[in-house]
Design a protein around this ligand. Structure first.
Ligand SMILES: Nc1ncnc2c1ncn2[C@@H]1O[C@H](COP(=O)(O)OP(=O)(O)OP(=O)(O)O)[C@@H](O)[C@H]1O
Length: 249
């Protein structure tokens, strides 16, 4: 058997010289970044800095105007990769008129899950986000936070090797936020690569590495400890502000 290997097959994601423009505006300006398999990787940046645009390019939902994206050794966008990663978008892509179970069944079918296996995965994912008692409710009756949790459950359904989460804990209360982070930690222990965007500094601190993004450019990529040490900061928030000031000067 011949295995086709790509120079990027050891990394989870390789971005090379990514440019994305909307009209005359360059929203991502030469992003080069490698995320290793098994990393819990955070993208941190002010509102409008390009985080969502970047994760959409990683998942192949959007295409770059320049540069290349490789995910798990494959050049993106590529339809066949859909079954290998889970994606939780910033706005929930749910069918409001259907129950949570019907939504989950729809996505399970898309991922090729059937019968008892599909039901086991649905129950497991809903347990992780503490929504099992609400499985049969129509999504229209869910609160905003419950919809976020259901979206997260959907992204976990097929136990993907890579998870891409755009602000996964927005609108989720602190207790549940902690339990979701425990689960993300457990998934990382099992070898899942997790890429997430966040505004929450104590969440950023839990990542293995962080990329700081500002006005479409990476200003720093390192471990939270190294970013704090480099800027002489006690907290990631302080490091983030100092690195931003350095860029502006
Ligand atoms: N489809 C689009 N058409 C035009 N402009 C867009 C489009 N998508 C994003 N932008 C612009 O690109 C910039 C980056 O947006 P993006 O959503 O990636 O930022 P973000 O860092 O994720 O912000 P937030 O933290 O608020 O979600 C913004 O100025 C936004 O207005």
């Amino acid at each position: 058997m011949t295995l086709t290997t790509s120079p990027h097959s050891h990394a989870a994601v390789v971005l090379q010289g990514i440019i994305r423009k909307f009209g005359k505006r360059t929203v991502l300006d030469g992003i080069t970044l490698t995320i290793q398999r098994g990393e819990l990787f955070g993208l941190l940046g002010p509102s409008g800095s390009g985080k969502t645009t970047l994760v959409k390019l990683i998942t192949g939902i959007d295409s770059a105007d320049g540069g290349t994206v490789h995910m798990l050794g494959q050049q993106m966008p590529r339809l066949s990769m859909l079954q290998r990663f889970g994606y939780m978008a910033q706005s929930d892509a749910l069918y409001n008129d259907l129950t949570a179970l019907q939504n989950l069944q729809f996505f399970a079918a898309l991922y090729g899950l059937k019968g008892r296996q599909a039901m086991e995965r649905i129950n497991g994912a809903m347990e992780i986000v503490s929504l099992l008692p609400h499985l049969h409710k129509p999504v229209a009756a869910y609160s905003g936070g419950m919809k976020r949790r259901l979206s997260l459950a959907i992204s976990l359904l097929h136990e993907p090797e890579l998870l891409v989460l755009d602000e996964p804990t927005v609108g989720i209360d602190p207790v549940l936020r902690q339990s979701i982070w425990r689960e993300l930690g457990a998934m990382r222990e099992r070898g899942t690569t997790i890429i997430l965007t966040t505004h929450v500094m104590d969440e950023a601190d839990k990542c293995d590495r962080l990329a700081l993004i500002r006005e479409g450019k990476l200003t720093a990529v390192d471990t939270p400890e190294a970013l704090k040490a480099r800027t002489g900061s006690g907290t990631i928030e302080e490091a983030f502000i100092r690195l931003g000031e350095g860029e502006a000067r």
